[in-house]
Design a protein around this ligand. Structure first.
Ligand SMILES: Cc1cc2nc3c(=O)[nH]c(=O)nc-3n(C[C@H](O)[C@H](O)[C@H](O)COP(=O)(O)O)c2cc1C
Length: 205
């Protein structure tokens, strides 16, 4: 038996819970921005993904008028910092609704480092950062999807194996439903099948 849900019959919170518990696991962009006055901001966003590879474009969604969104609109720049397992507590603390003039870097005690190509600082302890210039925004109801063109990427040597970021070293966090967070768990390798090699379902041993 399957249960049907009509989004029109749900209140906002009800369908939010269904969506966020089902679209899992979501990667977490730890987004740093800076206001026109120069106050640095840091907040996690799990409505996040790659929008395009060439050119490289990342996207995240601000639900409501958050400081991160305002800062991106004011300055046209942001940094996506990778969210590793060992920084979970700090990442969660930066989701606190501090007043606009307060920097999460200072309040939570997150060490910053200068970015190379944009004004918002990077998180020094995050192993990967993508520095972005605002490409465009798209509004849906009370949410705004922010698209940013990656103008610079930086990766810590310690998480690299043979020139690539290695999953066992990155230890990514993810966001699940409710207040649940995920860690990576088992990693399987499953190679893609070219049509020329197709022998029918389940025939690759
Ligand atoms: C793991 C995690 C993921 C989150 N993802 C989002 C998101 O995708 N979009 C959003 O608007 N808020 C998200 N939030 C909530 C924001 O981080 C929170 O509202 C924060 O205060 C926004 O900060 P700002 O006003 O400084 O931008 C998330 C919170 C957590 C803990």
């Amino acid at each position: 038996m399957r249960i049907d849900f009509d989004p029109e019959q749900f209140d906002r919170q009800g369908f939010y819970r269904l969506l966020t518990a089902s679209v899992v696991p979501r990667p977490i962009a730890w987004v740093s921005t800076i206001s026109a006055e120069g106050v640095a901001n840091l907040a996690p966003h799990s409505f996040f993904n790659i929008a395009c590879v060439a050119p490289p474009v990342l996207q995240f969604s601000a639900v409501g008028r958050k400081d991160s969104l305002r800062n991106v609109e004011e300055t046209g720049q942001f940094v996506v910092n990778f969210a590793p397992e060992q920084l979970a507590e700090q990442i969660n603390e930066t989701a606190t609704d501090f007043p606009r003039g307060v920097s999460e870097f200072d309040e939570v005690g997150v060490a910053a480092e200068p970015s190379l190509r944009v004004k918002p600082p990077r998180v020094a302890a995050s192993p990967v950062a993508f520095e972005c210039e605002l490409h465009s925004t798209v509004r849906f109801g009370d949410s705004t999807v922010v698209f940013g063109r990656v103008v610079h990427a930086v990766v810590s040597q310690e998480v690299m194996t043979d020139g690539h970021p290695e999953i066992d070293k990155l230890k990514p966090l993810s966001r699940l439903g409710k207040d649940e967070w995920g860690t990576i768990g088992d990693v399987r390798e499953i190679s893609r099948i070219r049509h020329a090699d197709w022998r029918g379902p389940g025939t690759r041993g």
